[in-house]
Design a protein around this ligand. Structure first.
Ligand code: FES
Ligand code: FES
Length: 156
């Protein structure tokens, strides 16, 4: 089937199998930030944005993106680097395999919520599994990033 969509604002037309998962297509197009993890919607490694909202690309049929915009971490390099510095400062950057999906969710939350609370942060990150950390460094990094962006102070 013919498909036409935008990946990181670049228009792409192609012929694809009707049941092709979005993850396959994105990696075929060189978006290697999109990681293949569980492939069952459980780990968050494959998170990208569809029309600006985070979705799990491993179980999303590519055809659902026909005529729409997909954003991957490759399209958010400056913001990812800015947040990455907070991860490094908090010692939350270990093997890094979970980082792309995690960062996609943090950046989406930062855009969507005016004043995210700690509970909001935890809710956004619930589906992001990390085998290396205990999540506390990541949580500290997100809070400090939000404080930096919003000029707010979290309690505790
Ligand atoms: S690879 Fe998609 S949620 Fe795990
Ligand atoms: S840092 Fe290794 S899986 Fe999260």
């Amino acid at each position: 089937m013919e498909i036409k969509l935008w990946i990181n604002d670049k228009l792409i037309t192609d012929n694809v199998e009707p049941d092709m998962p979005m993850l396959e297509f994105l990696r075929d197009k060189g978006c290697y930030s999109v990681k293949r993890g569980c492939e069952t919607s459980n780990c968050g490694l494959c998170t990208v944005w569809l029309e600006g909202k985070p979705i799990l690309s491993c179980t999303m049929p590519l055809m659902r993106a026909n005529g729409k915009h997909i954003t991957t971490l490759e399209g958010l390099q400056n913001e990812a680097m800015e947040f990455g510095a907070f991860l490094a400062d908090e010692g939350a950057d270990q093997c890094g395999f979970c980082n792309p999906g995690f960062i996609m969710n943090v950046l989406a939350m930062e855009r969507e919520l005016e004043s995210p609370t700690e509970e909001d942060i935890k809710e956004y990150l619930t589906g992001n599994l990390c085998r290396c950390t205990g999540y506390m460094g990541q949580l500290r990094a997100v809070k400090k990033y939000i404080e930096h962006k919003r000029g707010v102070k979290f309690d505790g």
